[in-house]
Design a protein around this ligand. Structure first.
Ligand code: TLP
Length: 351
């Protein structure tokens, strides 16, 4: 019997390196990156800085490490950090913001990922003996828990004006910032020009096996380099990580549009299924989130049933399911996923 293909829609983090990336790893020129002598790392960092319109960049091991280093480089212990209430830093980074960086996270709610400038302003409390000092505002683009939504350049600009007027820095968790740029068909610098510094991930839709890149001023990156070392993230022949990163920046950005088309097809197919609620206006990139409470089961139960049909998904809450499209997910996989979900819904209605 042929083995049934697994359709893995849990995350774009599961993507594997391309043949070209593996070749690039094989042939990468290497050196000791703690001594700044790895030419492949140096090349990637220079390319990343240029692409983002900033002075300098730093290769780090993961998005979580990038965010932690950025938090520590932009603040001092005891400071207050304003972030969106559903942000990855607040939800999924094991509380490193408090445990390691020693900061007070101050969550601000939003409807689709971008707090209003008024809400950010209200969170910046005046200097007072009782209050910690506000130092940093963090944004996330695209916004994971809000369903891959895009924060538009004009929104970033408005928030940056509030932050900068009050002497706060603005940092962007741009793990999926290229998805935002490709979806709006604008240069990524439209999103980066109003933030002081940012990170983007190589290991999500861009398909690299490892790595994220921090980008900002030379001064910020110097600080970040030292903090990376403190955290044990100083790597030696890291060119084997940087080499696929260079391939990604050269060849893997434009194809994200394909992931977006597949996510749209998936979302539209799902939206026709009775018992499922989905806000199509939020499906802007490669993430599809929907509510399955109308099916009379929890998201965990739903995901277990999907798994029996060879389709993998993640929960985003009691009744919320997340599917992510990426390289390796083709139109026929999308159609198979829609059919499987239809089947689960039909069976739940029959009971
Ligand atoms: N997100 C992962 C999981 O942790 C949920 C995913 O599958 O989406 N910022 C954002 C916006 C992210 O989505 C992620 C990863 C990170 C940071 C952390 O990156 P890594 O996994 O490289 O530490």
């Amino acid at each position: 019997m042929p083995v049934k293909e697994i359709i893995d829609l849990r995350s774009d983090t599961i993507t594997l390196p391309t043949e070209e990336m593996l070749e690039a790893i094989r042939h990468a020129k290497l050196g000791d990156d703690v001594f700044r002598e790895d030419p492949t790392v140096n090349k990637l960092e220079q390319m990343a800085a240029e692409k983002m319109g900033k002075e300098a960049a730093l290769l780090v091991t993961s998005g979580t490490q990038a965010n932690l280093i950025a938090l520590m480089s932009n603040t001092k212990r005891g400071d207050l950090v304003i972030l969106e209430a559903e942000s990855h830093i607040y939800w999924y980074e094991v509380g490193g913001i408090s445990m390691i960086a020693g900061l007070l996270p101050w969550p601000v709610k939003s409807s689709a990922g971008a707090p209003t400038p008024e809400d950010v302003k209200a969170a910046i409390r005046p200097s007072d003996i009782h209050f910690p000092e506000p130092a940093l505002v963090c944004l996330e683009n695209t916004h994971n828990r809000h369903g891959g939504t895009i924060i538009r350049p004009s929104q970033i600009k408005a928030i940056s004006e509030v932050a900068h007027t009050h002497g706060l820095k603005l940092y962007l968790d741009g793990a999926r910032i290229f998805n935002a740029a490709v979806a709006l068909q604008v240069d990524v610098r439209e999103f980066t020009r109003h933030v002081d510094n940012l990170m983007f991930s190589l290991s999500k839709g861009l398909c690299c096996p490892i790595g994220s890149v921090l980008v900002g001023t030379c001064e910020f990156i110097e600080k970040a380099r030292k903090i990376r070392k403190i955290l044990g993230g100083g790597m030696r022949q890291a060119g084997i990580i940087a080499a696929p990163g260079i391939v990604a920046l050269e060849t893997m950005i434009d194809r994200l549009a394909e992931d977006h088309r597949n996510a749209r097809r998936l979302a539209e197919g799902i939206s026709k299924i009775e018992g499922i609620q989905i806000d199509l206006s939020r499906v802007q990139t490669n993430i599809v989130c929907f509510d399955i409470s109308g099916l009379g089961m929890t998201a965990d139960m739903f995901i277990a049933k999907l798994k029996e049909k060879g389709i993998l998904a993640l929960t985003m809450g009691e009744n919320k399911v997340r599917l992510v499209t990426h390289r390796g997910i083709e139109r026929e996989h999308v159609d198979a996923a829609i059919a499987a979900i239809e089947d689960i819904a039909k069976n739940s209605r029959a009971k």
